[in-house]
Design a protein around this ligand. Structure first.
Ligand code: NAP
Length: 332
């Protein structure tokens, strides 16, 4: 059996449990392709998986890594719309921290001409998360106000650009003046330092509140997010950095005709209603042209060699990151 270099977990814990190893070559099944991996995106979910808090869904690779870029090396049965040699990036349920990864064909996106494969590895997860939540779930449209918590994160830096392109106004929270300044360069209009400012008051001062809130904090911000919503507003919770058990004031939500959503991408079905395939198809149709013409760019804080993946996790843990961290697996 052939082997590939990969990062495995020797138990759960800090970054020190991560080690470079030889893993068996993955084999593409029906509807899947084998990708020779150039780079893999690092996600907060990987850090949780490393700590034993976020196991891969049943049937997924035990290796970390939810997104890769690279070149198609082999097609599984039933794949007709891609060719060996195509430059792609894509979403996977696990297995990205390796020289080869299996990706469902319906979760692939073409890497536009001129876009570096390293940078492209940082796009699939943020593109799928941001488009599915802002547009497909919350219906964000031109003229509305979006509040993005964690504007300087991987998700935040992408959400600012997408909302700007949709013609929405964007308010962001971040933990430092420097990150807020950089969010403004990406197109954020209202800058809120969550360590110093009251985001509810700031957003309300902009008019009637936020039409859409993209939230990473969960329980800790639930009550304040409801207070910051405009009438008919949508609060979309995608992260639980502030805990899972919050108290919802239904009266406050009801008086605004508001909606609270909570969603993830990783454990969605592969195909059918609400699936990853459906999201990727929408991303390809509506968002990818903006990536191809450079209106929406990957924001990459650092590219770290695969063998130093533990350093990449330490960097993410430090909070000293603007945008995404990617692992460079090999030059292709
Ligand atoms: N549901 C899904 O499908 C899905 C998909 C991808 C990601 N996510 C989640 O979305 C969140 C963001 O992901 P990411 O990849 O962008 O992670 P990331 O790059 O690590 O960003 C985390 C962000 O959290 C911000 N933050 C920390 N404390 C905060 C506070 N008190 N108030 C507001 N913001 C605060 C940080 O801001 P500062 O650096 O300025 O402190 C940083 O921007 C994570 O919770 C992740 O798990 C969910």
């Amino acid at each position: 059996m052939e082997h590939v270099r990969a990062i495995e977990l020797n138990g759960f814990g800090g970054p020190e449990v991560m080690a470079l190893t030889d893993a068996p070559d993955p084999v593409p099944g029906h509807g899947e392709v084998l990708v020779e991996v150039a780079a893999a995106g690092v996600n907060r979910a990987d850090l949780m998986q490393r700590q034993g808090l976020y196991p891969p869904p049943p049937g997924a690779s035990e290796l970390m890594g939810l997104e890769v870029s690279g070149v198609i090396a082999e097609l599984g049965d039933g794949v007709s719309d891609w060719r060996v040699g195509d430059r792609v990036c894509g979403l996977l349920a696990g297995g990205g921290y390796a020289e080869k990864a299996v990706v469902p064909a319906a979760q692939l996106l073409p890497v536009p001409e001129g876009l570096d494969l390293g940078a492209a590895a940082g796009l699939p997860e943020v593109a799928a998360t941001v488009w599915s939540n802002l547009v497909m779930t919350a219906g964000l449209r031109s003229g509305q106000l979006l509040l993005v918590h964690g504007g300087g994160g991987g998700i935040g830096t992408h959400a600012i650009q997408v909302a700007r392109e949709l013609g929405a106004r964007v308010a962001v929270t971040a933990g430092s003046a420097d990150k807020l300044r950089r969010c403004a360069e990406l197109g954020a209009d209202v800058l809120i330092n969550y360590r110093e400012d009251d985001f509810v008051a700031t957003v309300r001062a902009e008019g009637s509140g936020a039409d859409v809130i993209l939230d990473n904090m969960g329980a800790a911000y639930l009550a304040r997010n409801v207070d910051a919503l405009a009438d008919f507003g949508h609060l979309v919770v995608i992260g639980m950095q502030g805990g899972v058990n919050g108290e919802l004031n239904i009266g406050a939500l009801l008086r605004k005709w508001g909606t609270v959503h909570a969603t993830n991408v990783r454990s969605r079905p592969a195909t059918g209603h609400g699936s990853k395939a459906e999201i990727i198809a929408e991303v390809r149709r509506h968002l990818w042209p903006l990536v191809a013409d450079g209106s929406v760019v990957p924001v990459i804080h650092a590219e770290v060699p695969l063998a130093e993946a533990a350093e990449a996790h330490r960097l993410m843990d430090s909070g000293d990151v603007f945008g995404k961290v990617v692992l460079r697996v090999q030059e292709l």
